[in-house]
Design a protein around this ligand. Structure first.
Ligand code: PHB
Length: 389
């Protein structure tokens, strides 16, 4: 009896062109490694809000397979993230990885390559991440996309001398490199580049040093610390100094804007997502995130999680539920869809995201601060990769 079953099962799988374990499997396990605690915990909270909302709206069965999420907390430490990913692959036998911050995404890359397993990057903003493994696809953003756009905008709007303040890690170095290149090419001068620690920075001494250099513009990239930064910016009197504050979207993060003072009104940034983005899809999105997360305002990190799940769901539909890494990655390349942020796609050559970058200005709308989109640069590719070509 048992033998008959085996022979029949093998025959059916040969007929269907699938290995025996592939058609027998009815669950697709997605292992997520995000920063739920530690310095970048606000990032983990936002990305998971996006993941959960996508599943709430689209259900947990795709191509006849039940989707199972296993979430692990890297505590904002890359080594921990790598160990947890190893466990997910070896013990939990996940089929797909979904990962967060740059150091963790990079640490996991060799494991994804070895296991031939898709690693969907939902948070990291460092260009080089997608080059670490052919199994990496990104649904977040790059710092370069935003930094190049704001550099050109600010020179066109009269900026000549800038001081850069960047957090001291890979995405910070990238924001600085891309901003510096685009700003100086457009005719501006960088007076100083000040590096601040990623964890618990006291911005006061750095802000004093920036002020003393007498710039007309301050370009700032500090992740998940916009609230603290804005407070110290005002305490040091920089809001009244005539120095213009600019940056990638992080500095007027929708996560922190509701807690900032009106001193931030008028700050212009280049970002990929605004809670006030005017589309029917985004209105539903913002309301649903708020409702499910105790009033949380959706930000640019949350959409990386939401779109990461979309990418996985649609790729599974294309493969008919098959989970081999090469098939899934092929299905993901070139995929295009509407996100709460606007139209996005996966560059088939680089597996990186192509998206609109919006110039936004902080305004008070109905008693709350929002990033109002005032201009759009369409379909922006990662400039760091484009420059290498
Ligand atoms: C990153 O991990 O590259 C990262 C995280 C949070 C940010 C920006 C970049 O706000």
């Amino acid at each position: 009896m048992e033998r008959w079953f085996l022979v029949t099962a093998t025959a059916i799988s040969v007929l269907l062109g699938a290995p025996p374990d592939a058609w027998a499997q009815d669950v697709v396990k997605i292992g997520l490694v995000h920063s739920m605690t530690g310095g970048l915990a606000p990032v983990g909270k936002q990305v998971m809000a996006g993941v959960r909302l996508y599943m709430q709206q689209h259900g947990d069965v795709v191509a006849g397979k039940k989707i199972e999420i296993i979430l692990k907390d890297d505590t904002t430490v890359a080594d921990m993230g790598k160990r947890l990913a190893q466990e997910l692959i070896v013990n939990e036998k996940v089929h797909i990885l979904g990962v967060g911050i740059t150091p963790t995404a990079m640490a996991i890359a060799p494991l994804a390559t070895e296991a031939k397993m898709p690693e969907v990057v939902m948070v990291s903003g460092t260009s080089a991440v997608t080059e670490r493994s052919p199994y990496i696809v990104r649904t977040s953003f790059t710092l370069g996309q935003q930094s190049a756009v704001i550099a050109e905008w600010v020179v066109k709007n009269g900026s000549k001398k800038t001081v850069i303040v960047q957090s001291d890690w890979a995405p910070g170095a990238e924001a600085t490199a891309v901003f510096t290149e685009a700003y100086t090419r457009a005719g501006g001068k960088i007076l100083d580049t000040i590096k601040v620690p990623l964890a618990n920075p006291d911005f006061a001494p750095f802000l004093q040093r920036a002020k003393d250099a007498n710039p007309d513009t301050l370009f700032v990239f500090v992740p998940a610390q916009a609230g603290t930064f804005a407070k110290q910016f005002v305490e040091r009197g920089l809001d009244k100094s005539g120095i213009r504050l600019i940056g990638p979207g992080d500095i007027t993060d929708d996560n922190d804007l509701p807690g900032m003072s009106d001193a931030m009104i008028g700050v212009v940034t280049a970002g990929l997502y605004s809670a006030s983005h005017n589309s029917p899809m985004n209105k539903v999105y913002v309301e649903a995130i708020k409702k499910a997360n105790n009033g949380l305002r959706a930000n640019f990190i949350s959409v990386g999680g939401y779109d990461g799940m979309h990418l996985i769901y649609e790729a599974l539909k294309k493969t008919g539920g098959r989970t081999d890494g090469d098939g899934l990655i092929a299905a993901m390349k070139g995929m295009a869809w509407e996100s709460p942020r606007g139209p996005i796609s996966i560059d088939p050559e680089t597996r990186d995201i192509i998206q609109n970058i919006y110039i936004r200005k902080v305004e008070n709308i109905g008693g709350e601060l929002y990033n109002t989109e005032i201009a759009t640069v369409e379909a922006v590719k990662d400039p760091t990769k484009a420059a290498k070509k």
